[in-house]
Design a protein around this ligand. Structure first.
Ligand code: ATP
Length: 383
């Protein structure tokens, strides 16, 4: 086990593509860090540099305190799990797991112990004699995990290991990976483009875009204090509602709507009379009739477009007379989070007691103490 430190890691490919730019990151011993971001943001490249599969253009990588820049992959004592787990088809599950140990001259008894331990941890004990072809997708993925576990490495590096599995299996394996990582306490870096996977797995989540690290924080902090509009839109499902507004004395105006701004917001002083972006999480809106909210400046008068009954709660997609924020950041994040264009209107997550009906007006109470503010030009969070 080991901490992993990245110091100003940069990767420029021979064709001039700058895939990773001055990435700084300190990962603690035993920590689970997830790299998440849109396709092409550089997360795989970053992981491959740590594994030693990609040369580092600039910067320093340390694993367990040792600079590994010039160490070949096999000497870095890390185990990779890939999306295409590429098991040897002619070998049994057991041999697939034991193979790397054999190459390292681990004695037979020790090989058997490690493989059997991993197999029982992964629920593979009964299928160890089977060839990959005769295993289910989930079992194959477990064998690939087992192959990494038996090596007892200093770190696991996982690149979208679940993306070949169907949705249900993915969620199940996700829980297993979390459990195994906790049990073994092996430092783990996990790459995914799926924000919900990132949020459920990571002790901390690193959001990347265009080769740069935008924010590194525990899931809760990422959710409650996104550093910019990109992270705000990208993290959370359904996504944050983002509306253009102007701020004046303690209020925000969005078209004909006016909301009070609760709490001290010193950062907003510089924006008086200017346009900003306001962010409202769907769960910070409630049907005013249910919430018993009467303050006019904590209510949005809206019209229900779609009512989606989820059983435990209701998603109310609504329209208001205000301009949605549609900067490049927000559009890119929405596309990446696969938010369908017709779902990109505003949404509230209200109580199932709400009687809001499609086509009808609805009054939505806003948690005005939980509003998020962003600079429209730079996209940066206003503290
Ligand atoms: P994905 O989720 O699609 O795998 P990613 O975030 O992992 O994306 P990378 O694969 O690290 O992104 O790629 C980062 C950037 O580097 C992309 O613009 C990609 O086109 C480019 N890139 C990757 N490999 C090479 C290469 N061998 N030569 C040139 N450019 C490359």
């Amino acid at each position: 086990m080991a901490e992993i430190t990245l110091e100003k890691i940069t990767k420029v490919y021979p064709d001039g593509t700058r895939a990773v730019s001055e990435l700084d990151l300190e990962i603690e011993d035993g920590e689970f860090v997830v790299f998440v971001g849109p396709s092409g943001c550089g997360k795989t490249t970053a992981l491959r540099m740590i594994a030693g599969l990609e040369e580092i253009t600039e910067g320093t990588i340390r694993i367990g305190g040792e600079v590994v820049n010039d160490l070949p992959p096999k000497d870095r004592d890390v185990a990779m799990v890939f999306q295409n787990y590429a098991l040897y088809p002619h070998m049994s599950a057991f041999d697939n797991m034991a193979f790397a140990l054999k190459l390292r001259d681990v004695p037979r008894i020790e090989r058997m112990r490690r493989v059997n331990d991993a197999a029982s941890m992964l629920g593979l004990a009964d299928v160890l004699r089977k060839r990959p072809r005769t295993l289910s997708g989930g079992q194959r993925q477990r064998v690939a995990m087992g192959r990494a576990i038996v090596r007892e490495p200093q770190a696991f590096l996982m690149d979208e290991p679940l993306s070949n599995l169907d949705a249900k299996l993915r969620v199940q394996m996700r829980a297993e990976i979390a459990r195994i990582q906790r049990d073994l306490s092996v430092t783990t870096i996990y790459v995914t483009h799926d924000q919900s996977e990132a949020m459920t797995l990571g002790d901390r989540v690193a959001v990347m875009r265009r080769g740069e690290l935008l924010q590194l924080a525990p899931p809760q902090a990422l959710y409650s204090e996104p550093v910019n509009l990109f992270v705000a839109e990208f993290i959370g499902s359904p996504a944050m509602n983002l509306v253009e507004a102007t701020v004046d004395d303690g209020h925000a105006r969005m078209g004909p709507h006016r909301l009070t701004i609760d709490g001290a917001r010193p950062g907003l002083a510089a924006y008086k009379g200017k346009r900003v972006a306001i962010g409202i999480r769907p769960e910070d809106l409630e049907d005013a009739a249910v919430a018993d909210e009467t303050r006019e400046d904590a209510i949005l008068d809206a019209v229900v477009d779609i009512r989606e009954d989820m059983g435990s709660e209701v998603f109310v997609h609504f329209g208001i007379d205000a301009t949605p924020v549609s900067t490049e950041d927000v559009r890119e994040a929405a596309e990446e989070a696969a938010i369908e264009p017709e779902r990109r209107q505003y949404v509230a997550r209200v109580s199932r007691e709400s009687r809001a009906r499609e086509g009808d007006p609805v009054r939505l109470a806003v948690r005005t103490d939980r509003l998020h503010f962003f600079d429209l030009e730079s996209g940066a969070r206003i503290a």
